[in-house]
Design a protein around this ligand. Sequence first.
Ligand code: FES
Ligand SMILES: [Fe+2]
Length: 436
Amino acid sequence: MLSHEENELLTRVGPGTPMGEMLRRYWVPACLSDELPESDGDPIRVRLLGEDLVAFRDSTGHVGLMDEHCPHRGASLFFGRNEEGGLRCLYHGWKMDVAGNVLDMPCEPRAVGQDAPPLQRKVKHAAYPVVEQGDVVWAYLGPADKRPVFPRFQWTLVPRENRIVRKVVEECSWLQSLEGALDSPHFPVLHVGHDIMRYPDEQRHLRFTPPQQECHDTRYGFVHVIKRVTAQDTQHFDETKGWHTTARLFAVPFHSYVTGLPGDSWGVHLFVPMDDESNSYYEIRYHPNHQLGDDEPERHLTRGVDLDMSYRKVVRRLDNRYLQDRAKMRAKQHFSGIEGRPHEDMAMVEGMGKIYDRTKEHLGVADVVIIHLRERLLDSLRIFMAGGEPLGLDPRIPYDRMTMASKRLPVGASWTQLDAIVGDDEAVAAAARQTG
Ligand code: FES
Ligand SMILES: [Fe+2]
């Protein structure tokens, strides 16, 4: 459980809040590149860290991300004309380029011989730097002198056909969604539920052995190690068969690296706060060496079908219980009654309410990773609030090589024998010493 103050500290992301200011020190996803498919195409609205922004691709293909409201008198630039190197406000015609320079003020008088009215040189519209990497438009909303180099995340570097990037809006705090992604103990229950459906309570503890979990701190966050007994479905706990061991990574502020995805692919999940009460979930699946098939339909996350054009759910939603099928649940055909793992997850985290009051929780041993996640975020916040650099911004962190790994290891073996590259040799050495 958290104190009320800690809960507020972690979940408030608007300008001027400690977490909001810390998040502004990282490159954060603003939208998918596909949302701006062509030069001079339609602008889109972007809600990011509590700010209302507008994004557009100008005549030369560069993406602009700026305050939605015109610097003149606040009309929405979402309605604007995107043409000839800038976005023009419909109200009085002011036109801004991707850097926020005002290019035109047609209603303002200009003296003979002047190429622009004096006001035009004085006004600069709030615009943020962006880069496009990995089919995503990333933005930096922090102070100019603190802008970090873009971290070369491995998934952004593979060929486009080796990667699938999806997005969906989740109607709750980013921290709820992020906790759900790291929370591995829910998997055999929420997403599988076999043992609970198959065996009566008094037999179940013989069939199911909860995983062992460890967290090891790194420069960017931590490594989460999960050890499961193999063949847990059919056998009594038998340690001699070794442990199926997985190393997952968490990088501050919202990058969760996962394993065990279809087609032997790897995954990274990002939960980017739109504001205190909603977040954009970017789901990346990739493989460094081969192309991926698309399993989109079974995940029920297709834009224009399951999602509207703003990536909000239109078919399976909280207010229709994600079309939960209770007849299937009663017949023991489906544990949750909710189709699609992403929707099972969203039912849990969105169902908590927009910002769950974590003073009411009762955390157990299985929640170790949740506790650790909050500690690392608070660690980073405390360093930042004391004037230091938040975690994960050290340019020496090899994001381009970091990978998670999963395989069966003999009893007593350290997770450091996995093929994971966790990007922090010192942390690995410390973990090996601990086990050894
Ligand atoms: S409000 Fe945009 S030009 Fe006047
Ligand atoms: Fe899940």
